[in-house]
Design a protein around this ligand. Structure first.
Ligand code: MCN
Length: 768
């Protein structure tokens, strides 16, 4: 028998922490190469302007400055524009026009980081400011200035696309009927622009070797293989001579999926100089020029019977995609990867749905329905949930939810917080003039892109992969196509293999992030690693086991059908003492392999999942509001999550804690705004408030387990579940505290100032 197995479901300590807690992680900025140069970017102070001239002469006189690359230089090489992940094009360095404050205008290459920064300050750009539009509603005005006249043929207005889905006629009919015989609720809301704000900013070291023609780029990328292929296509470099290495990454949260101008400029600079070039952006550059999230103006409507049974959902969204349509979403739908369709409820009809924050709007609007009907929000949800026996559930927007037990999760959360007791306490407090609110969010996530038929990046279908090599002594090196940014893949993927082969995860090393060694993969985001690469890993391990079985049959001189498997070994049915461990079989694969088999014990699997996975959860938040200051205190937050089979409960809990804090952030603190001239507010951590441990409440967690029927080990993704589910639980709790005086909505982030305004307008404010 193998030693300890530590298979699925065990809180095995993270293998990668051995280097992290010793400060021995290897991040991009740790890479030092002989003769390395440094790049820094000249950025526009204007949100919209023409570039009349760029004078680089003074910059070239700065000691240490070797070169200044401008948009015109890139244009001459055919590299001025690069494709975005949403089929638009984005300027690498602005040619004759800038479209946002902090846009990249020139790239200074120098012998030190400081010289590069001095060079940036010495570049003289002559701008002619143009009218600015920062409000997407105003951008749609026919008289608004056209922001991308160079794309006029494709985009004659500032509206870059219109997309709708659902059955409009049936939805409208359901609303007409509800207006006459039932109820219709409408809720307008704004989900503000926020930033992923990873602690490590973006950066790279590009190293072009003139003699071999090989380009190696260490890069903060969540999807290194995709970067390699796109670099090959766009820059015309041979793909086998490009190596992208994503070393340890200090958080990604989607920020590190796209290709940014700094990467391209560093590559160009390295090819031009023949020296390695490092580019690392600073905090303000990261917050103001790399990928953001949300910025959705939403109108949501629910049609229901008078008893609260929901019938139809109608949603209109106006999304601000910024200067270029660079949304990092790999679906075949313009609306993006995360359209969760119709939430956890049995909506028969849905229409015009184009939203990534579907969960927020559905949960907010369900609460409005509950308050308008005078129903308990928990009861309204229990009444409308998709029933456990309805799975696989075909949604009104043609998605098949794999499995779920929504009432199970909500009832567990209610029991854990003593929901009835909290409602009694709320009534007592209200009678005393105190403000207490209880907010529920029963969300459904949709994660695990592919299937390849629905999801691709630049045409590459969204599968993922795992390669397993069992060495003669039975130790394993596995390589996966996904790329961790802190999610613990080196541990959890080792656990999958360990569970399949009956051995200790200590005996399995997992590598990732190097395109020269890892099998092709589409990257880590959208909680797709476990649903897709996790499936590939289990199936690759099963291939190994299948071959090991053939070897066992040969060594034990029986037919394969006479063998039985127990974790770590095959034995002859009925004679348990006659068997071979996986380690013995690995050794035999190299020393005494059956003549009719290839020697060695390796397997690779590329897995295109048949469906997405649909994790879900029910969260209950309890808040108290200070009537003197408008301050909201989160007293309790109970999160019940269900991600199917759990590989490592400790890693999952860590992911949930992080996600809840990321959900708290937009609910109460984070927002990027601009003034009328397009000057960005929120370009540093003093103005852009990420919650610290001081602001973060104590998270209480629990779980239900509803395996995915189609996933090889029944697992669903979890990484972003709680960031999807949490904001509306908090917003619902605040509104619930004020619902008795007619409040139905407060836009997030719910700041003390906004609450104070509501308290004053409703007469609840205590002035002293
Ligand atoms: N896991 C598990 N059992 C399950 C599901 C997951 O043990 N049933 C484990 C996984 O094996 C993995 C971790 O939980 O170790 C997260 O897995 P998964 O849900 O597959 O998500 P991904 O690994 O694809 O990570 C992406 C997800 C997203 S979308 C964001 S955003 C996010 C997140 O993960 N960014 C993170 N968590 C993050 N955590 C850190 N530290 N840093 C980020 O940038």
């Amino acid at each position: 028998m193998a030693t300890e197995v530590h298979g699925l479901g065990e809180a095995y300590k993270r293998k990668e922490d051995a280097r992290f807690i010793r400060g021995q992680g290897n991040y991009v900025d740790d890479v030092q190469l002989p003769g390395m140069l440094y790049g820094d970017i000249v950025r526009s102070p204007y949100a919209h302007a023409l570039i009349k001239n760029i004078d680089i002469s003074k910059a070239l006189q700065v000691p240490g400055v070797l070169a200044v690359i401008t948009g015109k230089d890139l244009d001459a090489a055919g590299l001025a524009w690069m494709p975005t992940l949403s089929a638009d094009t984005e300027a690498v360095l602005a040619l004759d026009r800038v479209h946002f404050q902090m846009q990249e205008v020139a790239f200074v290459v120098a012998t030190s980081r400081y010289a590069a920064a001095d060079g940036v300050a010495a570049v003289d750009v002559d701008y002619e400011p143009l009218p600015v539009v920062v409000d997407p509603k105003k951008a749609l005005d026919p008289n608004a200035p056209l922001l991308s006249p160079d794309k006029k043929d494709k985009q004659p207005t500032n509206q870059i696309y219109h997309w709708e889905t659902g059955d409009r006629a049936a939805t409208d009919a359901a609303f007409t009927d509800a207006a006459a015989n039932g109820v219709v609720v409408k809720q307008e809301m704004y989900i503000p622009r926020i930033h992923p704000a990873p602690i490590e900013t973006c950066g790279c070291v590009a190293d072009f070797h003139k003699a071999t023609g090989k380009l190696t780029v260490w890069m903060t990328s969540q999807a290194p293989h995709v970067v390699r292929t796109l670099l090959a296509i766009v820059a015309g470099l041979p793909e086998h001579r490009i190596r992208i290495i994503s070393p340890d990454i200090g958080g990604g949260f989607g920020n590190k999926v796209p290709i940014y101008p700094g990467y391209v400029c560093a590559v160009v600079a390295s090819i031009t100089t023949g020296k390695p070039v490092k580019w690392i952006e600073d905090r303000t550059e990261n917050l103001s020029s790399t990928g953001f999230g949300r910025d959705y103006h939403i109108k949501a409507e629910i049609a229901a019977d008078k008893d609260g049974t929901v019938k139809a959902l109608r949603v209109y969204t106006l999304a601000d995609h910024g200067a270029f349509d660079a949304a990092a979403q790999p679906t075949k739908f313009p609306a993006g990867l995360f359209h969760i369709c119709t939430g956890s409820y049995d909506f028969k009809h849905a229409c015009s749905f184009r939203v990534t924050e579907a969960s927020y709007l559905i949960e907010r609007t369900m609460d409005t329905l509950a308050h308008n009907l005078g129903k308990d929000p928990a009861q309204l949800r229990l009444q409308n949930f998709i029933k456990p026996e309805a799975f696989p559930y075909h949604s009104a927007l043609n998605w098949t939810y794999d499995s779920g037990n929504y009432e199970g999760a909500l009832k567990l959360a209610m029991k854990n917080v003593d929901y009835e007791g909290l409602r009694r306490e709320q009534a007592e407090k209200r009678a005393r003039g105190e403000l207490m609110g209880i907010g529920i969010s029963s969300f459904t996530e949709i994660v695990g892109a592919g299937p390849g038929k629905h999801f691709d990046i630049a045409g590459i279908q969204m599968f993922d992969s795992c390669e397993i090599r069992v060495h003669p002594t039975g130790k394993i090196l596995a390589r996966i196509g996904v790329q961790t940014q802190g999610q613990g893949h080196e541990t959890t993927f080792a656990q999958i293999i360990a569970a399949e082969l009956g051995m200790s995860p200590d005996d399995v090393d997992v590598e990732h992030g190097d395109t020269d060694t890892a099998p092709y993969g589409l990257g880590t985001y959208a909680s797709r690693s476990t649903p897709v690469a996790g499936g590939a890993t289990a199936l690759a391990a099963r291939k190994v086991r299948d071959k090991a079985k053939k070897i066992a049959a040969y060594l034990l001189e029986v037919g394969e059908e006479d063998l039985e498997w127990e974790p770590g070994r095959f034995f002859v049915k009925g004679t348990p003492s006659k068997g071979k461990t996986i380690q013995e079989l690995a050794f035999a694969a190299y020393t005494n392999c059956p003549p009719y088999l290839e020697p060695g014990l390796e397997a690779v699997n590329y897995y295109d999942p048949p469906n997405l996975t649909y994790p879900f959860g029910s969260y209950i938040c309890v808040v108290d509001i200070d009537r003197g200051t408008g301050e909201v205190h989160i007293r309790r937050f109970m999160a019940v999550d269900d991600c199917g089979t759990i590989i490592n409960p400790m890693v999952v809990e860590g992911q949930i804690h992080g996600g809840l804090t990321q959900g708290l952030a937009p609910a109460m603190y984070e927002q990027i705004t601009f003034d009328a001239d397009g000057n960005i507010f929120g370009s540093n951590f003093q103005d852009y408030l990420i919650p610290t441990s001081m602001e973060t409440p104590h998270w209480e967690t629990d779980k239900t387990v509803t395996p995915s029927p189609h996933h090889p080990i029944g697992a669903k993704g979890i990484g972003e579940s709680s960031t999807v589910g949490a904001p509306q639980a908090i917003a619902n709790a605040v509104v619930d505290a004020l619902a008795h005086v007619g409040v139905r909505h407060i836009d997030i982030p719910i700041t003390p100032w906004k609450v104070w305004e509501v308290l004053k307008s409703t007469g609840l404010a205590l002035d002293e």
